[in-house]
Design a protein around this ligand. Structure first.
Ligand code: PMP
Length: 406
């Protein structure tokens, strides 16, 4: 049985106050809070078991290496990847997407080649491709969302030409919450011989992810949004693509032998992990992924579907508030503006006085903002520990904003 109170009790931070009010944390899209089991795992990894990984034969190094490497299997299970060898650890999605850009895309692209993107990508899934545009003359081809913020998978496939070398697409928009039908995109792209790189930063926290079923070539996740530590993350890479990749960063661990005139790479996935990694961050991410799987991703999805329906109903009831993105298939992420002159920054400041944490701004998605013709929004993004009562708290605080700014 899913028990939100029992889940909340596992997050020490949720019992604190902000500005004299109980914390109502609705900024999960930016980063999620951490349950006690993750905090305990970090404490133990540093306090009892700490040493560098892959380097020593002493006891602590062996324990640390085992704990760290175990997360590869946990991550493979979380994503339903066929093997833990298909998982490369990164510091988060930004590093993962840069790895794909430098390690896979750059060596195989030339001037005039094309990358298809949606207009609602996060900058992390835009700027690494801009590098290729600037340095190699690669063309970025943008596919727009419709008025509801939905992305037609066929429109993405129609944008593919014989110059297309990659489709880079988010699974869930960090601004609108739209769930993209990445499986249809991958199926169609495969028939055309075009690899697909999926940014799973926002999706993996809200729904079960099955990379084998989706059929993607790359799938990036970030630990800090998955109730784990910042500085952790991973990318699933289809073995055919991994075999095509060159290392992105050089250093210790990613090599087997280094001589004056030659180097021999370590086996994948280690070949793509240079230097001392985020040892404790990754171990903490493993604890977070296990914690989510213990609750059950289906249960998390069901709880958040109820929250989404309730929040949608309550927000739609405010006729001076404009929710951006009306997709029927939406994760628990709501961007909105208020009628009148109030800037989203002012709104979030007022909400903060009521203990309500939301994000305001462009959400690292400027092309989407330009497409929608707005400068900024407020974003309330929900997680597994949020409740309908917190939706009510948000609504009360927004009504106060309306009274203040109308
Ligand atoms: N993509 C999306 C859709 C995101 O929401 C974010 C985080 N804001 C990122 C990429 C960047 O991830 P990270 O914080 O791990 O670099």
């Amino acid at each position: 049985m899913f028990d939100v109170d029992a889940i909340r009790a596992q997050f020490p931070i949720l019992s604190r106050e902000v500005n004299g009010k109980p914390l109502c944390y609705l900024d999960n899209g930016a980063s999620a809070q951490k349950p006690q089991v993750v905090l305990d795992t970090i404490q133990r990894a540093y306090g009892q078991d700490y040493a560098n990984v892959h380097r020593g034969l002493h006891t602590l190094s062996t324990i640390s290496t085992e704990n760290y490497e175990a997360v590869r299997g946990t991550t493979a299970k979380f994503l339903n990847a066929p093997s833990e060898d298909h998982i490369v650890f990164t510091s988060g999605t930004t590093e993962a997407l840069n790895l794909v850009s430098y390690g896979w895309a750059a060596p195989r692209m030339k001037a005039g080649d094309e990358i298809v993107l949606s207009i609602m990508e996060h900058h992390a899934n835009i700027v690494p491709w801009h590098f290729l545009r600037e340095r190699l003359g690669v063309k970025l081809v943008w596919v727009e969302t419709d008025v509801n913020g939905d992305l037609d998978p066929q429109a993405v496939l129609d944008a593919v030409t014989d110059r297309t070398k990659l489709i880079a697409i988010t699974h869930v928009s960090n601004v609108l919450g739209t769930v993209v039908d990445v499986k249809s995109i991958c199926t169609g792209a495969r028939a055309k011989g075009v690899p697909v790189c999926v940014d799973g930063s926002q999706a993996a926290v809200h729904m079960p992810v099955d990379v084998a079923d989706i059929g993607c070539d790359f799938y990036a996740i970030t630990g800090h949004k998955l109730y784990g530590p910042s500085g952790s993350g991973a990318v699933f890479i289809r073995p055919e693509r991994m075999a095509e990749m060159v290392p992105f960063m050089g250093g210790g661990d990613m090599i087997r032998d280094v001589h004056r005139d030659t180097v021999i790479w370590n086996d994948p996935p280690h070949k793509f992990e240079a230097g001392t990694p985020g040892i404790v961050q990754t171990i903490g991410m493993g604890a977070a992924l296990n914690w989510m799987m213990d609750i059950g991703m289906d249960n998390i999805q069901a709880h958040e579907a109820d929250l989404t329906a309730y929040a949608r109903m309550r927000l739609d009831g405010l006729n001076w508030l404009n929710v951006q993105g009306k997709s029927a298939n939406k994760a628990a992420i709501f961007s909105f503006t208020l009628d009148g002159a109030a800037h989203p920054h002012d709104i979030s400041t007022v909400l903060d006085k009521k203990g309500v944490a939301v994000r305001a701004g462009q959400h690292c998605a400027q092309p989407l903002m330009e497409h929608m013709g707005i400068n900024a929004t407020c974003r309330a993004s929900f997680g597994v520990y949020n409740t309908q009562a917190e939706v009510d708290t948000l609504i009360d605080a927004l009504e106060l904003c309306h009274d203040l700014f109308a």
